[in-house]
Design a protein. Sequence first.
Length: 536
Amino acid sequence: MQRRSFLLWGGASALIGGGSIAAYRHWHEIKPTVHAPGRREGHFLRDRKALPAPSRLIETDIAIFGSGISGLTAAWKLAREGARDTVMIDGPEANGNAAGGAYGELAYPTGAHYLPIPSTECVHVREILADLGVLQGDHLAEKPQYDERFLLHAPAERLLYQGRWQEGILPHEGVPQAELAEHRRFLAHMDQLRTQRGTDGKRVFVFPAALASRDPAWLALDRISFAQWLDQQSYRAPTLRWYADYCCRDDYGALASDVSAWAGLQYFCGRGGQASNGETGAWLTWPGGLAPLAEGMAAKSGIRRETGTAVSLEAKGAGVEALCFSIVDGKPQTYLVKARKAICAMPLFIASRVVKNIGSMGFDPAQHLPPYRPWLVSNFLLSRFPLEQAEAPLSWDNVVYGGEGLGYVVSTHQDLRQAPPAKTVFTSYVALAGQDPAAARRWMDKASGDELLELASRDLAAAYGSNFRYAVERVDITLRAHAMAAPAPGFLSNAGLAALRAKNGPILFAHADLSSYSVFEEASWWGYQAALQALA
């Protein structure tokens, strides 16, 4: 491990203690298991290696390519409408960015880990949650009731600031009064914008973004970055600017300087769902992140699922044809899929290589692909809970001010048993923001397990010092080199994305990339719309 990492872990007071040396030795023996879903298949597509002839044929009415939230929503909606002659080609990772794993009975996320309760505009999300029993009663009610097991309970979040924990993510204790006044002004401003409507009568900021106002005066925000907008509004407090960067990294994997001002404000103003038994803007979460939702939708749909990845997808005759492959024992095997309609629920950086003649559909990958931001999602299996400082209890979300990571989530937080479990899982999130995404991906591709572990554990090192090492039994690191599209300035006027959103033919597109940012509300919206188009 690097010297800097060792100093972080040991802490100045522990470097000379035998316990610190023992902890270092124990930590040095931990060898993380590194997962890179899609890397092998992606490189295969990139290099265009030769494939054997198809060994079988699958014929169906509607084929869905990709099993993330968009594809699963499409499958769920098709089943709700009575369409059963459907097949899903999973792609390189079942459930995509909503995937999860488990250490025995301890579930954990390897991708997205929460869902804000949906607003009244997010009827499609409410329908899904009602069908899965998460939303109880009338899903069209202004304040529906949610299953208490999935509403995030207190303490929800805390921040390590100036060596001490405090409740919430925006710093307040130990912050100068002038900065606190700026915090209050910013939050009041967000409250005002949350209800703002354009000249067309629509909310300016809302999820899904397809329902937002198209008032040109408000769309002009997309011409500048969120950092520039903050400057224009004289929001300069260091703590507030850190908070803005943190929020943009959290949802978009990028800094405020790399995110459209419209998208930055969308983060703060677009949600605000209400519940009869929860606070406004409350979150839904599960130990396995969004994996239980994904699995629930798959089960409800009853769709036939096939392992494999599409190599080519094209309109042929009155339908579509796709060549798919999977790698078995290191060797590729292929099969052919023929259908009346195809729902392309793959990320666009993959679809641009798979869908034949995508340029004729108005989408030029060289111009229209959004930037993709890389992430690390790391799960630490702990034999016990580490010792905590007294001022603020362990929370579901735990963030380190100024840290390179996005903090860590406690998978067992929703466990309502009186006694805490003997073991737990801490999930660390790191968005490689602030650097060129391609360079960050090259680093991820070449980094050793020790280098990845050093980065993944920095927030935990800051929180616990060397004591944390003793509790670690195992570490699994998931590399998401193209984790999410980022809404850079100008994304709302991306003509290629608009063309794919409007496409209505044998091939339909459904992915969060159509919105240029990867959140459940957007992914599910495009899957829902594609299902309706496929049935029309």
